[in-house]
Design a protein. Sequence first.
Length: 101
Amino acid sequence: MPTQPLSQKEIEDRLRELPGWAVEDDRLLRTYRLADHFAATALVVHVAQIQQELDHHSDLTLGYDTVAVSVHTHSAGGVLTEKDFTLAERVQGIAPGHGAT
């Protein structure tokens, strides 16, 4: 069964639960700042593990001390679905353990 797009109201409601996250061009976005490159790289690896577990993959951009996450559901036509918010919630949950702000 295909994943269904969320309504604008559902997106707004879910976004309230994710401080620091935003929606732009049908993508759920967040940039985390970390202490250094090693910490940023460790966060990327941890996010990759979560993505594999969920079988849902976002775009990750690794900077010296930043990690940018950009997610949408390709199989639903590049719009936001429950899968995107599940991934964002999981990332939000592990980021503080890496010292991310």
